[in-house]
Design a protein around this ligand. Structure first.
Ligand code: 5RP
Length: 212
């Protein structure tokens, strides 16, 4: 079992706020995500600025792309992203076109997807997914359940690299012990911590402890 990566989700409202969030902890995290909120607000300019700040880092554009996969992916790549997301309801053609353009694509699992869908993605070379508790579902009181963990396990057994996200903080990691999680994605618990750097280090230490 490999050690899960740590991804910061920059769901800031504008690029200066994202830069402030990032300066504190950019060196600690493995992957920098231009969050959906930031991408919708600032577009590729946000990717370009953060790429200039961190020339060597993996940068994911959380576009949750539903169509025009090739064009959106090429735009993200030109701006400096190494990976982007597509929504699970996009057609397989959109997913494949995006992957061909940028190289790495993750399918965001929201709503009504099935394991037959997942097999189709895998059969077409799309082997990364994000298992997501939506922000709005969390606000409405939903939490991580055994059913979620069983689905994550099934996806891993199918061969997917599975990232998990949605309301995670350092105390959440233990819940995923024994699962070959690819990356933990955290936004608010890192950005809004009193010391974002200390919070990111604590996250990494906990990942190292649980997945030793
Ligand atoms: C929302 C997202 C978030 O970036 C991601 O889930 C992080 O969420 P949180 O702030 O709860 O850690 O993709 O669409």
């Amino acid at each position: 079992m490999s050690r899960p990566l740590l991804q910061i989700a920059l769901d800031d409202q504008n690029t200066p706020d994202a830069i402030s969030s990032l300066i504190a902890l950019g060196d600690v995290v493995d992957i920098i995500e231009i969050g959906t909120i930031l991408y919708l607000q600032e577009g590729k300019a946000a990717v370009e600025v953060i790429r200039a700040m961190y020339p060597q880092k993996r940068i994911l554009a959380d576009t949750k792309c539903a169509d025009a996969g090739k064009t959106v992916a090429q735009n993200c790549k030109d701006a400096g992203a190494t990976c982007m997301t597509v929504i699970c309801s996009a057609t397989i053609q959109t997913m494949v076109a995006a992957k061909q353009a940028i190289g790495e694509v993750q399918v965001e699992l929201y709503g009504n997807w099935t394991f037959d869908d997942a097999q189709l993605w895998m059969d077409n070379g799309i082997d990364q997914v994000v298992y997501h508790q939506s922000r709005d579902a969390l606000l409405a009181g939903k939490t991580w359940t055994d059913e979620d963990l069983n689905k994550i396990n099934q996806l891993i057994r199918m061969g997917f690299k599975v990232s998990v996200t949605g309301g995670l903080d350092v105390t959440s990691i233990e819940r995923f012990k024994g699962l070959d999680v690819y990356a933990f994605i955290a936004g608010q618990s890192l950005r809004e911590a009193e010391s974002p750097k200390a919070a990111a280090i604590a996250f990494k230490d906990e990942i190292n402890r649980v997945f030793a």
